[in-house]
Design a protein around this ligand. Structure first.
Ligand code: ARG
Length: 577
């Protein structure tokens, strides 16, 4: 459904006129399909094709276009002023003054930024899913940014949403970490957060095992002990697992990311075994060399239980999916996971279908590309990683040196709060602004820049508007202008801004349907740039009273959209910069 003001108005105009000219009730979706942009701008602002209507009315499309163009009535405040016929097409021309007026009225009512009407579907988005006993690095943050923004966007567009986390708290990596922890008696010399330090222990363990491969046997022994619930190792696992969870939670808090439910791999092991048993009996799975497998039509066969009877990543995913469907009654299940796991998810969804879960068709793997540093690829296994805490530190130092140190009249608290907001904006925007499928490079200085296509650039535009609004209030100017003044907005810079604003609901709808968060980023950049051009050429505070009032309302509309749009990306803009 098209939601921009221009689309909505044209749809209503056509619906009403078709009703009274042909006495025909036509559905909105049918009209939408026939609306397009004219091939050349001089031909008009919007076009409508009469082919579908022709079929309905059993007349030629040319005849219908002709009749409509002759009889159509435009009311005085319609945002279209005239229509011209070209063969089977109608071309409509905007009444720009009325458009400005309509946009400002909608903005004042808040109808451009308010959440959409409630929808029936319940959607779960599973994201983040870090492994305990490992560190968090910049690659993990891309996942968090995408999942969190998607949840916000889906919620805004009316879906009932559940944000879910799924911690990797069982498996070989934990045995390696705990084994090394016990053996090496490593000390937390830098006094890092315990959970983060555990990640360093893990990296050390991996390095050690690479150099001393014979020691891998000992790790396997620890893994067995853990699987057999040996009290000593389980106790150590419990304690250290808590450290990781605390560490993750502190990062989520800092990034303003929230989860409604927490799943754990360790909790899906037993249910996983039960499911395998059940579907062995139902002959959907079968034994092969002692392991349990599932044969799939167009995909490589999947192993769902190891020959020693222990679970695999896939075993647990089957149990988890079943739980999501049955306990949460979701209509759509989205998994935000790196593209390296594409085959795994294809197999899981296909197995679920064989198992008879209808919801399998509504499972979706939202795969994202890797994040690398200019220095090269990262992985917590080889130790070539930059921990998130270190990046945060460097970004903070950079922001102070390049910007905040010069704010002599700001309190330390204000600098601290603003620095966090700028860093969050820089990171999330940098992550979201690019096609989710593509691999990206994290470039700290570029992402933090106030110029160019960055989060901070948009924050700056937002803060600038807040500053104008504060000044105008101080000087006693009317914040709520008389709407009749909208006809004074005649500069081309003003018209571009009006055109951007009216499109906002449409953009969100599109992004929610296609999961293309980068398009929301591009839109916000365009709006900020168009605002900047306006700001440089059209003064608000020095304009005549009437014009100033209209311009104030215009920039207020821009700031509300920027704020809503940024919030949908998980970014909270500072009021002052
Ligand atoms: N913890 C896993 C990893 O780091 C990702 C889990 C993805 N979710 C899932 N349902 N398999 O690779």
């Amino acid at each position: 459904m098209q939601r921009s003001i221009i689309y909505t108005s044209l749809r209503n105009l056509l619906k009403d006129n078709i009703k009274w000219i042909f006495n025909l009730d036509i559905e909105e979706v049918t009209i939408n399909k026939q609306i397009s942009l004219p091939p050349k701008p001089e031909m008009g602002d919007m076009a409508f094709s009469c082919f579908l209507l022709a079929r309905e009315l059993k007349k030629s499309p040319q005849m219908i276009a002709n009749e409509l163009s002759m009889k159509m009535i435009f009311s005085e405040d319609d945002i279209f002023k005239k229509v011209e016929q070209t063969g089977p097409y109608l071309n409509f021309f905007l009444n720009e003054k009325n458009l400005s007026k309509a946009v400002l009225i909608c903005s004042k009512k808040g109808s451009l930024t308010k959440p959409f009407e409630k929808k029936q579907d319940k959607i779960m988005v599973e994201f983040s899913q870090p492994n305990t006993h490992k560190g968090i690095h910049i690659g993990h943050i891309r996942n968090m940014a995408v999942g969190d923004s998607l949840i916000r966007i889906l919620r805004h567009t009316g879906y009932e949403t559940i944000s879910a986390n799924y911690l990797g708290d069982s498996g070989a990596h934990i045995a390696a970490c705990l084994w090394h922890y016990e053996k090496s008696k490593m000390e937390n010399t830098n006094n890092s957060e315990k959970g983060e330090w555990l990640g360093i222990v893990y990296t050390e363990a991996k390095k050690y095992l690479e150099e001393n491969p014979t020691e891998k046997n000992n790790v396997s022994k620890v893994q067995k002990l853990l699987e057999n619930k040996d009290p000593y190792w389980i106790c150590l696992w419990n304690e250290t697992r808590e450290w990781s969870i605390e560490y993750f939670k502190s990062i989520y808090k800092w990034l303003d990311i929230h989860f409604d439910v927490w799943f754990y791999e360790s909790e899906e092991e037993e249910p996983g075994k039960v499911i395998v048993e059940e579907f062995l009996n139902k002959r959907i799975f079968k034994y092969s060399d002692g392991a349990v497998i599932c044969e799939l039509e167009d995909l490589p066969l999947a192993i769902v239980l190891k020959s020693d009877g222990t679970t695999l990543y896939s075993t647990k995913d089957l149990a988890l999916a079943k739980r999501k469907f049955e306990e949460f009654h979701i209509d759509r299940s989205i998994y935000v996971v790196g593209d390296a796991q594409s085959l795994h998810f294809k197999q899981i969804f296909s197995i679920l279908k064989k198992m008879g879960f209808k919801q399998a068709d509504k499972c979706y793997h939202l795969a994202y590309g890797m994040v690398s540093l200019p220095e090269g690829k990262m992985s917590s296994r080889t130790g070539n990683v930059v921990l998130f805490s270190d990046l945060k530190k460097s970004m903070n130092e950079y922001i102070y040196e390049s910007y905040l140190d010069s704010k002599k009249d700001w309190s330390d608290e204000k600098k601290k709060v603003t620095s966090r907001k700028i860093i969050v904006a820089a990171i999330k925007f940098g992550m979201l602004d690019q096609d989710v499928k593509k691999n990206i490079e994290f470039r700290m200085e570029d992402w933090l820049s106030f110029e160019g296509d960055t989060g901070p650039y948009i924050l700056y535009a937002f803060a600038r508007i807040q500053s104008i609004l504060r000044k105008s209030e101080k000087s006693g100017m009317e914040i709520e202008p008389d709407f009749d003044n909208s006809h004074l907005l005649t500069m081309s810079e003003e018209k571009y801004v009006i055109m951007d604003i009216q499109e906002f609901p449409d953009i969100i709808e599109h992004v929610a349907n296609d999961y293309c968060i980068d398009e929301l980023c591009k839109y916000l950049l365009k709006l900020s740039k168009d605002f900047s051009k306006f700001y440089h050429n059209c003064s608000v505070l020095k304009a005549d009273r009437g014009l100033a009032a209209a311009r104030l309302q215009l920039i207020k509309a821009v700031s509300e959209i920027l704020k809503t749009g940024l919030n949908l990306l998980g970014i909270d803009p500072p009021e002052e910069m």
